[in-house]
Design a protein around this ligand. Structure first.
Ligand SMILES: Cc1cc2nc3c(=O)[nH]c(=O)nc-3n(C[C@H](O)[C@H](O)[C@H](O)COP(=O)(O)OP(=O)(O)OC[C@H]3O[C@@H](n4cnc5c(N)ncnc54)[C@H](O)[C@@H]3O)c2cc1C
Length: 485
């Protein structure tokens, strides 16, 4: 009998899984669900602009975990792709990554009958799971599956995201979508207030620049920090103290780790630099400049350093005591968060130009200090005079306010998955699969499905540093699991 598999979501993760299944599995019947416009693009790769770059280099972006240079080889096989994108160290437009996914998928779809695999692509959302183990799509069709792989991304951003900005959103000029395409929504001379300072805020800046927008822009940042800066330089720096190979022992203390981290830092720069670099509360403009200089002169070694640290934390997470874990979360999380959510140097230089010519301001504040003035017909920040006629919500989704997507909600209710939604609003997979409850509905003839979840998620409660590679790693594991079960 054919293995009946559903992939929910056709963003980068869902497509990675589908390609890996087609490559390694035989005798399967796979259904993939998503709205057409997101196919191979998902939420954040949807806008077709050359300004929006992948934040990982070509040699660390691949749909096959075991073949890291697959994307590099694909780029080099294309005549119409500019030379500058054909380097291992290049940051390429995200739309090239979607094209890569699309073409690689087609290659495997063409060969699918050779392995007796059958694929059905649905332009629907799956929206409900019921007690008879039936999945229901938005056109009320019903399906039964043996395996279900949830690749729903930042789960509620695409489905009924509850507005976080409250009253502000009731006014003209409010723009909700953080994965936005600004075409037609913002006029040349609009003053634009962007709430949030993470990657989608940077995307908005880049799109405004591309559209020849002339008005003022303000990025309102709660933390006062921008994503860190990545360049294509220094990728081969090998940490002297912080390499994973140095950590063979069963136990590790957080103090030991801290000592090694600073030893490694001091190899790269001076004590004073280290101090100033990690003062998170400093002026975002100075921070951006420091980031750019560090990126150029220390050739991005800081990034490598933080990633090494992250790798150690991820590998050793369960070996730290509870107290140490809390310490790590409180102390290092902010640093790690900022480094992981990073923008390529090219984008940072553009932001710097905007800051220097007074077109862009970065204000450390929160949306609670923003109000709408009827008389001025626009949004203002308390104690400031500039009137913004457009406000864009690029803030992270607030967990307390979130709506669960209805599919996950019904799966949670019935108990087929037990999971958390983390603060990035994606599924917290906690490094192991979600299996169905064995004792569930013991009298039923229909098996409960085996459910997996992958995506831009916190693994072991730590942030994944390279979403692309991590999803192909997980796709690989799931494929092996299904093919041997
Ligand atoms: C602005 C921004 C920039 C980013 N840049 C990068 C980058 O440069 N490099 C990088 O590696 N990562 C980047 N990321 C992280 C990014 O989230 C992931 O790389 C990637 O998009 C995750 O893919 P995904 O398929 O898990 O999720 P998504 O892209 O969110 O896709 C999930 C899909 O599931 C669908 N879906 C949800 N629920 C259902 C349902 N019930 N039924 C059917 N379909 C459903 C949605 O429609 C969506 O298409 C960025 C994120 C943001 C916000």
């Amino acid at each position: 009998m054919k293995k009946k598999i559903a992939i929910v979501g056709a963003g980068p993760c869902g497509i990675s899984v589908l390609i890996n299944l087609l490559k390694n599995l035989s005798n399967s019947d796979i259904s993939i669900f998503d709205i057409n416009q997101n196919f191979c693009k998902g939420n954040s790769f949807r806008v077709d602009s050359d300004s929006l770059l992948l934040n990982t280099t070509v040699d660390t972006t691949s749909v096959f975990y075991e073949d890291r240079l697959h994307f590099f080889k694909w780029l080099n096989s294309k005549k119409d792709i500019p030379k500058k994108y054909k380097l291992k160290s290049a940051f390429v437009p995200r739309n090239l990554a979607s094209k890569y996914l699309f073409e690689t998928l087609n290659e495997y779809l063409l060969k699918s009958s050779e392995k007796n695999n059958n694929v059905r692509i649905f332009d629907f959302f799956l929206f409900k799971y019921d007690a008879k183990h039936t999945f229901i799509d938005t056109s009320m069709n019903e399906y039964l599956f043996k395996y279900v792989i949830l690749c729903t991304g930042h789960t509620s951003s695409s489905i009924n995201m509850k507005c976080k900005l409250g009253e502000l959103s009731n006014n003209d000029g409010y723009i909700e979508n953080s994965f936005l395409n600004i075409n037609g929504k913002i006029h040349k001379n609009d003053n634009v207030l962007i709430i949030g300072s993470n990657l989608s805020a940077i995307d908005t800046m880049l799109l405004l620049n591309e559209s020849k927008h002339q008005g003022k822009i303000c990025i309102l940042s709660k933390s006062g920090s921008l994503p860190s800066v990545r360049s294509d330089m220094g990728g081969d720096y090998k940490p002297k103290y912080l390499g994973l190979e140095g950590f063979k022992s069963e136990t590790i203390s957080v103090n030991h780790l801290k000592r090694l981290f600073f030893k490694e830092l001091l190899l790269l720069t001076t004590k004073e630099d280290v101090k100033s670099y990690f003062l998170i509360s400093k002026d975002p403009k100075i921070q951006l400049e420091t980031d750019i200089l560090n990126c150029i002169y220390s050739k991005n070694k800081w990034q490598v350093l933080v990633f090494s640290m992250l790798e150690i934390l991820t590998n050793y997470w369960f070996k730290f005591s509870t107290a140490d874990r809390i310490l790590i979360k409180n102390k290092y999380k902010k640093i790690i968060d900022r480094f992981i959510s990073s923008m390529p140097l090219e984008n940072a230089l553009l932001l710097k130009d905007y800051l220097n010519n007074g077109r862009l301001e970065i204000t450390k504040s929160s949306h609670e200090n923003v109000y709408y003035s009827n008389s001025k017909k626009g949004f203002l920040i308390k104690n400031k005079n500039v009137v913004y006629n457009k406000i864009i919500d690029s803030s992270p989704i607030n967990i307390e306010n979130k709506d669960f997507s209805s599919l996950l909600n019904s799966m949670l209710e019935i108990g087929v998955v037990k999971t958390n939604i983390n603060r990035l609003n994606s599924l917290d997979i906690d490094n192991k699969f979600f299996k169905c409850r064995n004792d569930f509905d013991a009298n039923s003839n229909i098996d409960t499905p085996i459910v997996y979840a992958i995506g831009p998620t916190l693994r072991n409660n730590l942030i994944v540093s390279n979403f692309f590679l991590e999803s192909s790693r997980q796709a690989n594991i799931i494929t092996n699991h299904i093919s041997t079960s």
